[in-house]
Ligand binder design. Structure first.
Ligand code: ZN
Length: 388
């Protein structure tokens, strides 16, 4: 029970820091001082600038007994949280870290201050139990829930510059949909966001022959996009999906044909597709239309997949040992910072139960958090055995 209270207590200390992205409010400092006491060497990595109002605190931490010949196991996570919304709608103050009815409540409990606390305590226990032959590192950012330009992406660049090697990384995002031990993320889908604007000709609705209605063209194109066959399958990936999320003319009047109309579209795709193939498919559709179109890519992230190896089976075994559950391997959900880390080492994601993440009354089951801490500890010790 002692470990449970240590994990919960430390999670509470992180939750009371109002680190609503991009603010830090002392969250990184709290983590730093805990890690210092455990004998970790901390490097604070501020990126961005005060002048541009985008200064972000990041942290790279590694245990003192680390050795260049050691394999390095890294945990990656974020201390920033999404806004709490209207506090009045919360059962408990979102920045109090209230424990009630077997649950720890607060913004970040699930996503992902709980998991950070679980990893920190797992490190402390593992280091107490054994003289480790592996190095333990933490890569923590304050810029995951926001624009993510001064966070993990820059820390990864810094690691490369400093020639700091990482052998494996566990990202502590809330990967379990309902219960702990349910799901490991072994990659993520690609995401292509783009706008499609039709350039028509405005005019009076009573004289349509003098105008070119862009709305009709765009509806036609969107309909074909909805019916586009994107059914190539990839292992552990869901099917590729396209969603039209907005069709807008900005036209407040009903008797004027507008001159332009714009749609916003997002495609979540598996490893059988890429940006080039998708853009070609879209162009093939609108090039058949009489109106001219302008396609603009808003954001584009490639899909990635981490192949099963010895480390993944250690993670699976650790999960089974603690929970008696066999986790599914999945790539569902939105994007995460794993997309930056996969460039330097194999990365797997396993964290809390995500049922209430980003919601009012975000919380985590205390027993789940205790299990997560034990799983992490088991993983550290078994990876140490593998490397010894
Ligand atoms: Zn998160």
């Amino acid at each position: 029970m002692k470990n449970l209270s240590d994990t919960i207590e430390f999670a509470q200390k992180l939750i009371i820091k109002k680190s609503v992205t991009p603010k830090d409010d002392g969250a990184i400092k709290t983590l730093k001082s805990k890690l210092s006491k455990m004998g970790f060497i901390n490097t604070e990595l501020p990126f961005g600038s005060k002048k541009n109002n985008d200064l972000i605190l990041n942290l790279f931490s590694i245990n003192k007994s680390a050795h260049p010949k050691h394999k390095t196991l890294c945990f990656a996570g974020h201390t920033d949280v999404v806004p709490e919304g209207n506090t009045k709608n919360w059962k408990f103050d979102p920045f109090l870290g209230k424990v009630s009815n077997g649950k720890l409540h607060g913004r970040g409990a699930s996503d992902m201050k709980g998991a950070i606390a679980a990893w920190v305590i797992a490190c402390r226990n593992a280091l107490k139990k054994k003289k480790l032959n592996i190095s333990l590192a933490l890569l923590i950012t304050g810029d995951e829930e926001g624009v993510a330009i001064n966070g993990t992406i820059k820390v990864v660049k810094w690691l490369k510059q400093k020639k700091i090697n990482i052998d494996y990384c566990v990202v502590g995002e809330p990967t379990n949909p309902n219960y702990i031990g349910e799901m490991i993320k072994v990659g993520r889908r690609g995401s292509l966001s783009f706008s499609l604007e039709v350039l028509g000709k405005s005019g009076h609705v009573a004289y349509p022959h003098l105008a070119k209605n862009p709305v009709s063209s765009l509806i036609n194109v969107c309909n074909q996009l909805n019916n586009l066959k994107l059914n190539l399958k990839a292992k552990n990936f869901p099917l590729t999906n396209l969603e039209v999320t907005s069709i807008d003319t900005g036209n407040p009047t009903s008797n004027v044909i507008p001159s332009t109309c714009k749609a916003l579209i997002n495609i979540r795709y598996n490893t059988r597709y890429n940006e080039k193939i998708l853009v070609k498919k879209i162009k093939d559709i609108f090039l058949k239309e009489p109106c001219s179109f302008r396609l603009e890519i808003i954001s584009s992230n490639k899909p990635f997949y981490t192949k099963a190896d010895k480390f993944l089976s250690l993670l699976e075994k650790s999960i089974y040992k603690v929970t008696k559950k066999k986790p599914a391997l999945s790539t569902t959900g939105g994007t995460s910072d794993a997309r930056f880390i996969k460039d330097i080492c194999p990365v797997y994601e396993f964290g809390s139960v995500g049922k209430t993440m980003h919601q009012i009354n975000e919380n985590i089951n205390i027993r789940d958090l205790e299990s997560l801490q034990k799983i992490y500890e088991e993983l550290i010790l078994s990876y140490n055995d593998l490397c010894s």
